[in-house]
Design a protein around this ligand. Sequence first.
Ligand SMILES: Cc1ncc(COP(=O)(O)O)c(C=O)c1O
Length: 452
Amino acid sequence: MNDTNYPSAFLHPFSNIQTLERDGPMVVTHGEGVYIFDDKGQRYLEGNSGLWNVVLGFDNPRLIEAAQKAYGRMPAYHAFFGRVTESALELSERLVSIAPMPATRVFYANSGSEANDSIIKLLWILAEAEGKPHRRLILSRRNAYHGMTVAASSLTGKDYVRSASGLPLPEVRFLSCPHHWREALIDEDEETFSARLADELDRTIRNTGADCIAGFFAEPVMGAGGVIPPPRGYFDAIQTVLRRYNIPLIADEVICGFGRTGSFWGSLHYGIEPDIVVASKVLTAGFFPMGAVILSPDMSERLERAAKKLDELPHGFTTGAHPVGCAIAMAALDELEAGAFDNVTKVAPVFQKQLNAMSDHPLIGESRGVGLMGALELVADKTDKTPFADDIDISERVAVRALHHGLVCRPLGQAVVLAPPFIIKTEQIEELFSILRRVLDEVQDDVSGITT
Ligand SMILES: Cc1ncc(COP(=O)(O)O)c(C=O)c1O
């Protein structure tokens, strides 16, 4: 091992290898509020809440106490064979009562990916039990991110999924990405763009046969696609088509759930009435791995009937519905209700204003966002939206320089993404954007040196 801790025995997921080879990994030692610290003692403002999840602070005492108490009472148990812990029962009641649609049941996984994989399997179990084994096709969208297990990767509409692993599974069909700025035709307004995408959905359903489609997955705001809020009228138009053919809508609320958009659910923000909701990340504020699948009464009843036919539901995970995770989730919901969600609604307008103000920078082609999430799309030429050449690694450059100045932000394609913790204060938002502006100026100097 060299003095940068790279390479080591640790295999780094989703990490730029050139940056690792040059700088080594950032070894994180602890956190305080919205800040994390590395092993050299440098402090960083965490502009991404870790991976969108650590929204209640990196040292939240209520969550730590809830975990300690839960470990003291019942540190581990499963939920198979009709057994269940008190905290799993309690959390389930609470989740169905706060879901964005009428809901009656919750199934637990260990991550967002596992939750999405589980939904595909549950939909296929339903198809078999209801005598429709051909009902297997799943609809997703290009640039969507639904996770990295085999089925969830297949729903993830990123080029690297195909080029790196040969996925998706043959059952998945992709529709267009609803990014108006990049994908709309010249002079096409948002409503017309949305209507065109709904037509595409209708055509796809008619071409494949509605009877063959098991469900349509959508993030209310595409997160890892680069923070892409839906264009005006999009979900109204899409839902009209789905209802016409009785196709379930699965809202992947792994990022949007519990307040990120400024509404408690992305579904509420955009008028989505889902049949199934996927929750993770904020559910335990990152303090425990957990994914939850929340089911409408119709979905719950149909699954109950299918399970009866099979004698049991043939699905589940050893550590799904873990009692400590459930206790932490209850404490996280308490924290959200006690003021963290109110803080999002208070500071989100400040965040959006400052994000928007960045669009006057010569490197920024589009600033977009909602609530406490946003992206700045970097362009080589603002007038015709020309992207930078791949080898310039523009967003990685911004992220690396930001680190030098004490800010964590995330490179995603040619965008830089921000999603600060829900507890962030106005002056910390100002700190974030003042660092970022300095960083963009420096990167602009860098790249003008390369391109001239
Ligand atoms: C919308 C969405 N769904 C699913 C996932 C996968 O979650 P996990 O990484 O916990 O498997 C993510 C992760 O970022 C996500 O953003």
